[in-house]
Design a protein around this ligand. Structure first.
Ligand code: ZN
Length: 217
């Protein structure tokens, strides 16, 4: 978790009969020379972030959502000639979000802490944005029920990806790769699929009952 952060409730009024009108940007954190955190047993955060992002994309695309990824490969989004590669990378992610004009941005990360005891998924939103808070809370509630999670509600997070636009945005720290047991779990297909299904359940609640006649103002 090393993202800078922040966005406004980009809630756009719409009414849909299915998910075809809904656009979601999925952001796999880090990439390229920015590997993110390193797990207790060597998991590289950027790699597992991409795995989870691709799995979530597959799930959402199969359900009719339109999904844009900020990155599809291991590479970062910075220009090789940029002096400040982190800034260049984040600016590129911001541009992708702006061009997609999404209903929701989901950034995927893995957590790390000095104590190997820390565990559990955490969902963040930018301070003062009710739509993002609502979405984060619904995802977190699903995670609390079906996955490793220890917090009751979403948390305020000061991250660039949440603050960079006014779109509804959440950042999910899927678990602590600094915790050997959780790192092992996060690397299994079984837990990954369960995790993605759980995030998806939270999104279903956010976007309404089957997407029917959902209207957000
Ligand atoms: Zn991270």
């Amino acid at each position: 978790m090393i993202l800078l952060s922040s966005c406004f409730s980009g809630i756009v009024a719409y009414s849909v009969s299915n998910y075809n009108g809904i656009v979601i940007v999925i952001d796999a954190g880090h990439g390229g020379r920015d590997g993110g955190s390193v797990g207790a047993n060597g998991t590289i955060e950027k790699e597992i972030n991409l795995e989870y992002a691709l799995a979530l994309k597959e799930k959402l695309t199969a359900s009719g959502y339109r999904v844009e990824l900020t990155r599809k490969t291991d590479d970062g989004l910075y220009s090789e000639t940029a002096k400040n590669k982190k800034m260049s990378d984040m600016r590129a992610r911001y541009n992708i979000i702006q061009n997609a004009n999404p209903n929701l941005v989901i950034s995927i990360h893995m957590n790390s802490f000095s104590s190997s005891e820390a565990r559990g998924a955490l969902t963040y939103y930018r301070n003062g944005d009710e739509a993002s808070k609502n979405c984060a809370n619904l995802i977190q509630a699903s995670l609390n029920k079906y996955c490793n999670a220890t917090t009751a509600q979403g948390k305020v997070g000061d991250y660039y990806i949440l603050n960079c636009s006014y779109y509804t945005s959440v950042l999910i720290e899927c678990g602590f790769i600094s915790n050997p047991e959780e790192e092992r779990l996060l690397n299994t297909d079984e837990y990954k699929n369960q995790f993605i299904d759980t995030v998806y359940s939270g999104l279903l609640l956010y976007f309404g009952n089957g997407g029917n006649n959902t209207s957000y103002i």
